[in-house]
Design a protein around this ligand. Sequence first.
Ligand SMILES: Nc1ncnc2c1ncn2[C@@H]1O[C@H](COP(=O)(O)OP(=O)(O)OP(=O)(O)O)[C@@H](O)[C@H]1O
Ligand SMILES: [Mg+2]
Length: 284
Amino acid sequence: MFNKKKKNNEKELIIEDITDTAEDLEESGDEEKDPEESESSEEVIKAPAPGEVIIDMKGIVKRYFIGMPNELEVLHGVDIQVRKGEFVAIVGQSGSGKSTLMNVIGALDRPTLGSYNLDGVDMFKAKDEDLSAIRCKKIGFVFQTYNLVARTSALKNVELPMLYSNTRRSVRNKRAKELLKMVEMEDRMKHTPDELSGGQKQRVAIARAMANDPAIILADEPTGALDSATGRLIMDIFHRLNSEQGKTIVLITHSPELAEETQRILTLKDGLIVGERKGRGKAV
Ligand SMILES: Nc1ncnc2c1ncn2[C@@H]1O[C@H](COP(=O)(O)OP(=O)(O)OP(=O)(O)O)[C@@H](O)[C@H]1O
Ligand SMILES: [Mg+2]
């Protein structure tokens, strides 16, 4: 899954993988998969104690090799610690490296230098299959453009990550319905993405991000394509996931108001963290 394609393609890769799997899902019929035989990397997926540092980055440098001898250094030595259950915002100008940082945090991309420990796992030493397992079980991604699988129902979109984690068909179907209910989309579960509004698509995407009950949600401008009222609704779902389920959330946003609602705001400028302050937070 790691590769040296340009960044946007990394997100596309998820979709490609998921699209392939969407066909698997269609074909999976009544076959019951045994969760016991699933993960070789099960031992790396452990729950952290409350309050412990779950994202621990020191001196992270990310360089893109854009054909020798050219290389572009996007992150110049980023230090970030996020504790379990925190809701953190990352803000910064366009091109400052926010999505690059998010891709590194979420193991979609490998850092070039530094140290990165994600929930007790040394991400520099982790093998590709460990990183896949971490992405699958530890992290839920939410993107500005939703990245739902086209021509596939909301229900099946939410089931997909559970297919990756070899969850039994009956369990994944039940959980997907519960998650769609949580985001108030149960009455649209048979609709395909092109039959849904932006806000509805994002609600389905959040339900999908929650499929494998990840400890961390990484959201890259999840309200960037939505009007402010719909953005408010999406933000309220994140607040609920944080306060009621203790999810650790890292949110990239261009909205100062939304950033202010989180517990801590990190400012990225030209590939470096240049500011850190408390947000007001929000009572839910
Ligand atoms: N795969 C890549 N290869 C080469 N350069 C890249 C790659 N991905 C990102 N960049 C460069 O890294 C810099 C930071 O990009 P990034 O997408 O992280 O910014 P951002 O802060 O998320 O911006 P925005 O707010 O517009 O989304 C940009 O100059 C971009 O061109
Ligand atoms: Mg970005």
